[in-house]
Design a protein around this ligand. Structure first.
Ligand code: ADP
Length: 463
């Protein structure tokens, strides 16, 4: 499988991204999330459900048995290691499997179980005795389609009569006859070709239509129109499902155009806070001086893992070199790497093979990447317990936006966390100019959380 294209080198990390690049980033980040994620994302918020027919009983399930899945599917679910439905699945699955089938718009952040939910719905609705396409799922990119395909293959492991076809570019097909695979997953352009020009699929025979990652989809030129054209060809009775990690107005407008009479399920993203995070700043004179201070910090406290953010790739490279020379195991994450290379670096850091991860802002917007990473192990000195290790987030440069203004959101994503369960953290900001100090002061003011001065020549106070 070639996953290279999504992460091809294309720009500097210095902040001046074009709109097109930003859009492409969405798909890359989504893919990266899928590649590195292992588990369900925790979310303690309540699921909000808006039923199309408020009079019909709202029902949710706490077990997979309650869904009366086909035995081969239930076996597949357990084989993957799912014990019970995720929060969003508790509501989405009964709705999707209801008779008659219900349309659904569902929104929750990535990692909450949306893919697994619609895959299960598609596999449940398929009749393997019929050798034509019955379920159609469209994804924003080739790589994302392949990831979803893998989930279908995993879940359908004991349901081998059901076959899957990939409608993605480069997949040459003769126009001669209809395909026999019951499930088709692909990108909008190719799926449209398969339905129209090549006539490989009869859209009227599709029973379940899934539009995945709607927010990423509409960020790509042309995908929105293609999706709508596909949807228009489906029969009236076709079940239509739309999923999105975020819900800006543009996604809503699109969702309402493609999903008639929808039920709506929302799980709000858990808010991040800076509570329980000790924030410091260190005054330095230069880049070299910042590195020197960093060494002092390493000399004074036992750091389990550190994640260090630099503004430019050049600084990140330089710092990685310096830290390696000092004997640290350093991972470097930057924009010129392919998405697979990035996933591999993050994975190594996650399992502790690397103790330091140096990165530019390249993935900062998708804070999920970082949430797990640094504060997964709550090493923190507790009263009465002696030697403990700490994990640290270091802003080697303060986060700024394209115009050079303080980027509060990115600051929060790097340092903050969700959940209120006693996870503590340590964050250190390196400051080497009046301007940087000013930025940090504004960030401090924005969050109304004190950022304390740390004197790295006298580090007693950090303990
Ligand atoms: P999303 O589509 O919302 O990003 P996924 O369906 O990909 O989420 O699920 C995220 C991760 O959680 C995947 O690794 C998936 O295997 C796992 N997962 C999904 N549903 C469950 C469940 N009910 N129990 C345990 N793990 C699950």
């Amino acid at each position: 499988l070639q996953l290279i294209e999504a992460g091809r080198p294309r720009r500097s990390d210095d902040g001046d991204k074009s709109d097109e690049e930003e859009k492409e980033d969405k798909a890359v980040q989504s893919l990266l999330n899928k590649l590195i994620r292992g588990n369900l994302v925790n979310n303690t918020n309540q699921v909000e459900v808006l039923q199309r027919d408020p009079n019909s009983p709202l029902y949710s399930v706490k077990t997979f048995e309650e869904l009366r899945l086909k035995p081969q599917l239930l076996k597949g679910v357990y084989e993957i290691g799912f014990n019970r439905p995720s929060k969003i699945q508790e509501n989405a699955l009964p709705m999707m499997l209801a008779e008659p089938p219900q349309n659904l718009i569902a929104q929750s952040q990535s990692g909450t179980g949306k893919t697994a939910a619609f895959v299960l719905a598609m596999l449940s609705q398929v009749d393997p005795a019929f050798k034509w396409s019955q379920c159609l799922c469209i994804s924003p990119t080739y790589e994302l389609a392949l990831q979803t395909g893998k989930v279908i293959e995993q879940m359908g492991k004991f349901y081998s009569e059901v076959k899957l076809a990939y409608a993605v570019r480069g997949h040459r097909m003769d126009r001669s006859c209809k395909i026999k695979e019951q499930i088709v997953i692909g990108t909008p352009g190719t799926v449209l070709d398969w339905c129209t020009k090549l006539k490989l699929i009869d859209p009227k025979k599709i029973k379940v239509f899934v539009l995945d990652e709607a927010d990423v989809m509409i960020a790509t030129q042309g995908h929105q129109d293609q999706s709508i054209r596909i949807q228009r060809m489906l029969s009236k009775g076709c079940q239509m499902l739309l999923f999105s990690a975020t819900f800006e107005d543009s996604v809503w407008n699109f969702a309402e155009r493609v999903i008639p009479d929808p039920n709506i399920i929302k799980l709000r993203r858990e808010e991040e806070t800076l509570d329980n995070i000790k924030q410091y700043y260190v005054l330095c004179k230069s880049k070299e001086d910042k590195f020197y201070s960093l060494c002092n910090i390493y000399g004074a406290i036992t750091i389990a893992q550190a994640m260090i953010f630099c503004r430019t790739r050049k600084t990140a490279n330089w710092l990685a070199g310096q830290m390696s020379e000092e004997g640290h195991q350093v991972g470097l994450l930057s924009g010129e790497m392919t998405v697979e290379q990035r996933a591999a670096v993050i994975e190594r850091f996650k399992v502790g093979k690397e103790k330091v991860l140096i990165t530019t802002n390249v993935c900062a917007r998708e804070h999920l990447l970082f949430q797990f990473a640094i504060f997964q192990y709550p090493y923190w000195p507790q009263a009465g317990i002696d030697v403990e290790q700490v994990s640290v987030v270091i802003n080697f440069d303060p986060p700024v936006d394209k115009e050079g203004y303080p980027d509060n959101e990115t600051y929060l994503h790097r340092i903050g966390r969700t959940g209120r369960f006693g996870k503590r953290g340590l964050a250190i900001n390196m400051v080497d100019s009046q301007k940087s100090m000013e930025i940090l002061r504004q960030i401090e003011k924005h969050f109304n959380k004190k950022i304390m001065r740390l004197d790295t020549d006298d580090l007693d106070e950090i303990e």
